[in-house]
Write a protein that binds this ligand. Sequence first.
Ligand code: HPA
Ligand code: ZN
Length: 324
Amino acid sequence: MRDLIDALPKAELHLHIEGSFEPELMFEIARRNRVAIPFASVEEVRAAYRFGNLQDFLDIYYQGMNVLREPEDYRELAGAYLARARADNLRHVEMFFDPQAHTGRGVPLAVVVDGLRAAAAEAAASGGPSVYLIPCFLRHLSEAEALETLDALDPMAGHFVGVGLDSSERGHPPSKFARAFARAREMGFKLCAHAGEEGPPAYIREALDILKVDRIDHGNSAIGDERLLGELAARGITLTNCPLSNLRLGGIASLAESPVQAMLERGIRVTVNSDDPAYFGGYVNDNFEALAGAQSLGATELGDLARNSFAGSFLPDDEKARHI
Ligand code: HPA
Ligand code: ZN
């Protein structure tokens, strides 16, 4: 099964680059930048990666990225991920990053973007994958701060394919960002939002109807809402599922409970992704393998998931056709 998964060309549509920060690299960059981290060893860091819910994880995730300061740090972070992605036979990656998690501690946006773009250019010169960048608004912050972030992104808008919405979901419904997303849409950006990871199906509906997103990240809570499931299938909305993330954050008790199989059966365009691979125990192919083992996914379903990853991407149609 793993050989089949490894051989399948795939795209990753739900990857937070800051969540690919492996502890070994974190220690190296911390030492270089003379930034203290509250752990004595790589083993101690890994031992701290036990999360009861999304917020437990986010607290550690924001702490980890605190050592990133220079363009070189971001280039190395993304370069390490893209080398892994190439080994997993990923041909294309739509990479989330959190501008406010860096600018909020004094790192200029250009430092982040220059480093990520340098890594993307190196990947393009070494056999791929291709990279589209997607800055995300932090939903625990205000809409005014999201609008300020959009202003800061504007002069370099050509470097981004779209915008997203992430961080703490409960209590921060998509409707809180209605104006920011309307403005992003006017700017020509594609739109994604995390919805239904911990939040109710109503948040998925708001993301679709109020934010008018092109894609839903996670979308798990649609299971159980028959009307919503029907609409997602009929409209061909892509849901970027992250099986190991759901397991590690307690959204599901076992991978057998993952909604992926049920969504495939209902004709929903669902994809398999790693979310934050350094924190959740696996990259894309690890997610495919763990899920295939827990649900009765065979070559047909794995092929459908791989095709969905290109169909649901923001690549131009002719490029999608080349991959599918
Ligand atoms: N959910 C919400 N916000 C995030 C995540 C996630 O899984 N990863 C990084 N930011
Ligand atoms: Zn995510």
